[in-house]
Design a protein. Sequence first.
Length: 308
Amino acid sequence: MSRIALAVHGGAGTISRELLTPSREKAYKEALELALRRGHAVLERGGAALDAVEVAVRALEDTPLFNAGRGSVFNADGQHEMDASLMNGSDLRAGAVAGVQNVKNPIGLARRVMDHSSHVLISGMGAFEFAHQQKVELEDDEYFFDEFRYQQWKEVVGSDKVQLDHSDKEKKFGTVGAVALDAAGHLAAATSTGGMTNKKWQRVGDSPIIGAGTYANDESCAVSCTGHGESFIRAVAAHDVHALMAYKGLSLEEAVRVVVHEKLPPLDGDGGLIAIDRAGNIVLDFNCPGMYRGHVGSDAVYHTAIFR
Ligand code: ASP
């Protein structure tokens, strides 16, 4: 039996210490810990890494604190378009959705794409039709309304400005994700996001792109990214961590360091990622001031942090 381990993130960026009041900081850490507890419970009873990452991401999608599910940012039309993906490391199966609306848990829909369709990535109205067919839980627009994100949007709506999930004072990416190692030694990764404030033309970032925002392979590691999506796509960031381990023999820590601190910065790739390897080593790294993050191992001790 291998050791079990799980890590989660709630986005990276320039998180200002002044804006993060003690009560807000507490709320973020509690939300991260709740996600860890949910996912860890799955692993503890011998459940699959894939189920653990889905459950953990669902918990993060259900809070308005992060830019995913309920807390998703507004697009140029004042709507919410969400992206999500997950991948199973033992057989490289994957599922993803892009630009979906009114779906309570986009990660659950991505799981259904993987389990109940012959596709990997579906989008827009087609994905909505599939959601109906699969009878996944839908919510009306009010469920996704958040005053803070509405004000963020009001500042830029009507302009060409596309904002990551930040105000001028606070530049952060609120995407959520999870990676896990289960008792059978299998790895999995999941990522979910509302994308960028005021995005148009059905812009899609890295989060639903297998290899860019999410990747898992039992040979090496499982990875979930957060940051400037366009850069992460160009860097094929998540798969690159795997490739550096599989082809170059780097350790998880070294592979993550190369991607986060050497490959992404020249592409304006602000952000970070969480990763786990077959031995249960966890690396949570970022090239900006902070990342909402947490991890737990076999000892069931929950760790959460925001700043370096
Ligand atoms: N990577 C996400 C995107 O570009 C944003 C984020 O991480 O918050 O859609």
